[in-house]
Each structure stands twice: as structure tokens, then as C-alpha cells.
Ligand binder design. Structure first.
Ligand code: A8S
Length: 175
């Protein structure tokens, strides 16, 4: 891939890892303007708009979409978890950088944090870059932990792409 990350955000996607941590960076190209993608990504209160496993979400502490606020995310049945408590860490509307961490819940993910940045890529295309860091799960290798999380994050990014392209297409029809 010839996509070059701007130096201002590259540090977010090159985390320094502790020995028990693993990390992965995923890319998704979306045929929609960055403003449309950002509207979805930055809506901390409504992850269900593009995360297919999320059943419902509500803010349980702080003011919605203010750094430091907490959300409770309830996920679909059939997963090895039912809910997650997550903290908004970064919301940079100018650079379009979004970060959150998982601080509680009944799942096996420990010390998870994720950063997404959006990059207009000419025309009406956007490249989304997401990097997460997580502790290797108890009784699992780093590879197993990352394989599990990669599956979820890839699905989220693919769904984000579909929803954003759908929204962008509809917006165009209205002109
Ligand atoms: C995200 C990323 C992840 C979400 C995971 C990794 C999760 O919501 C699901 C299953 C789990 O076992 C853990 O961006 C948890 O949301 C789908 C409930 C946290």
C-alpha cells in the first residue's frame, strides 16, 4: 500500500509495547468523504451505528463526547461477554483522531486501548487507520489475543465503510 501516514499522527500508530502487550494496526479505505466517516467515528455515544456486535450504548459518567466520559456498551448474545465500560480518551476534530480505552466489563480484554485516525485520500476517499494495544489474555498467547481482536476490529471497519458509503451515496442523491 502506498498510503503514507502524516508524521503528526504516526506516533499514535507506533505504540511502545510492554512485554505482555500485543498490538495491531488495521487499514480501511472508504469511498466517502472524511467528514461523513468522522461523523460516525466521533459519535462516542452511538457505536452501534457501525459496530455490528453492539446492541445498545449509554453514557454512564461525564458529558457525552467530552474526553473522560464513560459509556456502557451492551453486546450481542453469543459473544464471550455481555458488556463493556469504555472511556473516551482522545477526540480531535481538527486532525480527526479518536481514541478510547476499555476500563471495565465482563469480558476477557485487559488494558485495551484503540486509536483511529482519518485521512482524506483524494477525491471523496478516506483512509481509516486503527491501532490497538492490549494485554495478552490470561491463558492465551499474544497471537491468539490479537487474532480475536483483529476479527472484531476488521468487521467494525468493514461495516463502517458500508455505512459511510451508504450515507455518502444518499447525500449525493439529494443534491
Ligand atoms: C471495539 C473493539 C473491541 C470490542 C470488543 C475489541 C467487545 O465489544 C466484543 C467482544 C468481546 O469479547 C469484548 O472497537 C468486548 O469495540 C465485541 C465486549 C469489549
Amino acid at each position: 500500500m502506498v498510503f503514507q501516514l502524516p508524521t503528526t499522527v504516526s506516533s499514535h500508530h507506533n505504540p511502545v509495547l510492554q512485554p505482555n502487550e500485543c498490538s495491531s494496526t488495521l487499514f480501511q479505505t472508504i469511498a466517502a468523504p472524511a467528514s461523513v466517516v468522522w461523523a460516525l467515528v466521533s459519535d462516542f455515544e452511538n457505536p452501534q451505528r457501525y459496530k455490528p456486535f453492539v446492541r445498545s450504548c449509554r453514557i454512564i459518567d461525564g458529558q457525552a463526547n467530552q474526553v473522560g466520559c464513560l459509556r456502557r456498551v451492551d453486546v450481542a448474545s453469543g459473544l464471550p461477554a455481555s458488556y463493556s465500560i469504555e472511556r473516551l480518551e482522545i477526540l480531535d476534530h481538527d486532525q480527526r483522531i479518536f481514541g478510547f480505552s476499555i476500563v471495565g466489563g465482563d469480558h476477557r480484554l485487559s488494558n485495551y486501548r484503540s486509536i483511529m485516525s482519518l485521512h482524506p485520500n483524494g477525491g471523496n476517499e478516506t483512509v481509516v487507520v486503527e491501532t490497538y494495544v492490549i494485554d495478552a489474555a490470561e491463558a492465551n498467547t499474544k497471537e491468539e489475543t490479537c487474532a480475536f481482536v483483529d476479527t472484531i476490529v476488521k468487521l467494525n471497519l468493514r461495516t463502517l465503510s458500508r455505512v459511510a458509503e451508504d450515507l455518502a451515496g444518499k447525500a449525493q442523491q439529494q443534491v
